[in-house]
Design a protein around this ligand. Sequence first.
Ligand code: BV8
Length: 235
Amino acid sequence: MTRIIVLTGAGISAESGVPTFRGAGGLWEGHRVEDVATPEAFAADPETVQRFYDARRRAVASVAPNPAHHALAALERAIGDDLLVVTQNIDDLHERAGSSRVLHMHGELGRARCAACGERPPVQDDLLPGPPCPACGERMLRPDVVWFGELPYGLDEIDAALAACDVFVAIGTSGAVYPAAGFVLTASALGASTLELNLAESEITPFFAESRLGPASVLVPEWVRELLAAPSRTT
Ligand code: BV8
């Protein structure tokens, strides 16, 4: 049963060299994520959107997990199914650090989605040249990423975990995007203790019982060490 839910955002990958969305004016490859991460943008200009995600897929392949990702993997090794990492990130740094209980609520760069048959095949190379879907052969693969206006993945599983958890921790998220930004309210309303680990105050800082400011690579290992040293402690 999930006792601890950790919600991660772009800030946990920042020290690995993956740009955040709202740092540096929120531009990524010269685009505002809200302008390219929508089904309408993809319909209007699929090449630009494919190029945006192909560039990010290549960039993520060249970086490595940082101590924050490794600390969460160590926590999973210690408490197993009592931990669920819900990530808004589409990179695979949690998995490359060794985490296996990871729910990518906004999808993954490492997967495509066939607009013809719905297959979600793993993908490593660029989607722009239009490779055929391995299941149906159609050349209609898009990034398997949840865009604005699309339903996030795993909401039922997340809701069940929020109802059961004792501890909810958010790491490196600005709290700008829903429904993820509202998870802390659900968890605390259901009696969980809540902790935010972030470099700066976020839009949801006021909703947390405790908020610690600093880089994830320092705060996350520190929190995991504390947690494992005092098992009775819940945050
Ligand atoms: C949906 C994938 C219908 C693409 C992304 C209320 C309820 C429900 C929906 C809405 C609502 N109000 C508005 C909406 C609509 C919309 C929304 O939220 N819009 C916003 C702009 C207002 N939401 C949606 O459309 C969602 N779908 O609503 O479906 C529905 C939903 C529920 C139930 C029924 C129906 C879908 C949204 C998903 C969009 N896709 N990503 C891609 O990656 O390209 S969002 C994308 O942006 C990320 O996934 C992430 O979620 C978000 C960026 O946020 P962060 O990860 O927090 O990153 P950010 O750069 O903002 O902040 C970085 C943070 O890190 C900062 O706080 C910084 O201080 C910190 N930091 C930096 N360095 C460090 C650090 N912290 C620690 N250490 C460091 N070193």
